[in-house]
Ligand binder design. Structure first.
Ligand code: BES
Ligand code: MN
Ligand code: ZN
Length: 480
């Protein structure tokens, strides 16, 4: 699929479909032209509420008289379009165009500022891509070409690069766990090194052993797949230290280990490497945008399995920073993986750290399935992330890091235990555990257990992986 701009009018363009974006305002630009050419047809659809202006609402209008294209999709942008509205509108239109294989579709949105247009374009790239990776006949067809009626070719090119960062994240997550396991994930990540200014370093099991990553290795030992740790560096300027390290949980499948999850809980646990996939998609987009920043991504890749060699409840693991951990639940594995990856991260001296992890079901209980939880030891760093998310229209909410949660992590036999005392506040105890491994570095943890993966489709995106927070992180990197 290619994305380009067009200067052809909505009346004359030869396309399989045109998309007209409408907000609450009076019709202007392409919408007014379309309305005139169709003898007031567009306005009457709006007046009769057959076409709605709320963000992401799509109405198809077949065979309108007076224009060349055989189909018009009317898509709502909301009353005062935000970046989130534009992403949804672009996505919803592209997704509804995906019912059949089209060659060219053309988008006519009202005059949007640069950031909003980027979001709309990114949405169209994401919305046209489905989770049908292993179907003979796709359930969502991508048009061969998407045209945008604008002269802002930069916004279109950038939006398309951002969408092309969200999609590989989704694809990595959507691929089943017999396809994506630590080694194959690392191999795919190695391809990023083909991009300008990107280098990729892969630590295999032997290296992880020599680096004393006992916490990560403990989780990995029950699997026939060997673990990996990958360090991806993007140097878009010559600053000595990375401005930001992005760390991802990469549990390619989480059975729960001996603390086995019930079948229902296991079904979607291929998504447990979404944090790692977010790191990969973010760096890909940032490198393709050529942003003048220096950032580094680290992912810890393991599979959490049951076997005669699994780690046990009661085992004591020695993490890379020397702290010992009593394992009391093998399903609280993400924090054990991240403990060592965070310690490796400290050695790279980043100005700030952000980690992403499908870490706790408790975070879904707290915030639902659409909002990511934030936890920090540095309020101003967390605020930067909150602001960046608001700019691109992704939903995040900060949860407290009150000190008494740490008491729950005390062990009688080791420095720490890997679970809290009960189930209440489980997202916070998990964050408190991670905090033990970041020293005085400026750090924010993002629990994406809710929004990373959806059982069913939304109007603007297929079901499965969402690629959540790639856009927020790309937006941050571009400002560094
Ligand atoms: N990967 C899960 C968390 C998860 C749950 C992600 C649902 C996505 C959807 C994590 O490893 C886990 O199992 N956490 C446990 C922690 C508990 C044992 C303290 C949980 O949330 O139940
Ligand atoms: Mn688990
Ligand atoms: Zn997990």
């Amino acid at each position: 699929m290619t994305t380009a701009i067009t200067s052809e009018s909505i009346i004359n363009i030869q396309a399989d479909a045109v998309v007209i974006g409408i907000s609450g305002d009076a019709l202007s630009g392409a919408a007014a032209e379309l309305n005139d050419a169709t003898a007031g047809g567009l306005q009457s659809l709006i007046d009769s509420k057959k076409a709605k202006t709320c963000a992401g609402k799509v109405t198809s209008w077949l065979q309108p008289q007076g224009i060349q294209a055989p189909v018009v999709l009317i898509v709502g942008l909301g009353d005062n379009p935000t970046a989130g509205d534009c992403y949804k509108a672009g996505g919803a239109a592209a997704k509804s165009l995906g019912n059949s294989q089209l060659e060219t579709v053309a988008f006519y949105f009202p005059e949007l500022d640069h950031a909003l247009l980027e979001s709309a374009v990114a949405g169209s790239v994401v919305g046209s891509t489905g989770q049908d990776l292993h179907k003979k006949k796709p359930s969502l067809f991508r048009p061969q070409q998407i045209l945008w009626a604008t002269d802002n070719s930069d916004a279109v090119a950038n939006g398309s690069k951002i969408g092309s960062g969200v999609n590989p994240t989704r694809e990595l997550v959507n691929q089943p766990p017999n396809y994506i396991y630590p080694e194959s994930f690392a191999e795919q990540t190695a391809q990023l090194a083909e991009l300008e200014n990107v280098t990729v370093e892969i630590w295999d099991k032997a290296r992880l052993e020599s680096e004393n990553c006992g916490s990560l290795l403990g989780v990995a030992q029950g699997s026939d797949f060997e673990p990996r740790l990958v360090i991806i560096r993007y140097r878009g300027n010559d600053s000595e230290n990375p401005a930001m390290a992005i760390v991802g949980k990469g549990v390619t499948y989480d059975s729960g280990g001996l603390s086995l999850k019930p079948s229902e809980g296991q079904k979607t646990m291929k998504c447990d490497m979404a944090g790692a996939a977010t790191v990969v998609g973010t760096i890909k987009a940032v490198a393709e945008l050529g942003a003048p920043c220096h950032i580094v991504g680290l992912v810890g890749l393991v599979e959490n399995m049951v076997s005669g060699n699994s780690y046990r409840l009661g085992d004591i693991l020695t993490s890379r920073n020397g702290k010992t951990i009593e394992v009391l639940n093998t399903d609280a594995e993400g924090r054990l993986v991240l403990a060592d990856v965070l310690d490796v991260t400290l050695g790279l001296n980043p100005d700030h750290i952000v980690d992403l992890a499908t870490l706790t079901g408790a975070c879904c209980v707290a915030l639902g399935l659409d909002i990511a939880g934030l936890f920090t030891n540095d309020q101003s760093w967390c605020d930067q992330i909150v602001n960046s998310a608001a700019e691109v229209g992704e939903e995040v909410w900060q949860l407290p890091m009150t000190h008494h949660f740490s008491d729950q992590l005390k062990s009688k036999i080791a420095d720490l235990r890997n679970i809290g005392a009960g189930r209440w506040g489980g997202a916070i105890t998990a964050a408190k555990f991670l905090e033990e491994f970041v020293g005085d570095a400026s750090w924010t943890h993002i629990d994406i257990a809710g929004p990373a993966y959806a059982d069913s489709a939304k109007s603007y995106i297929d079901g499965g992986a969402s690629g959540v927070l790639v856009r927020t992180l790309v937006n941050m990197a571009r400002g560094m």
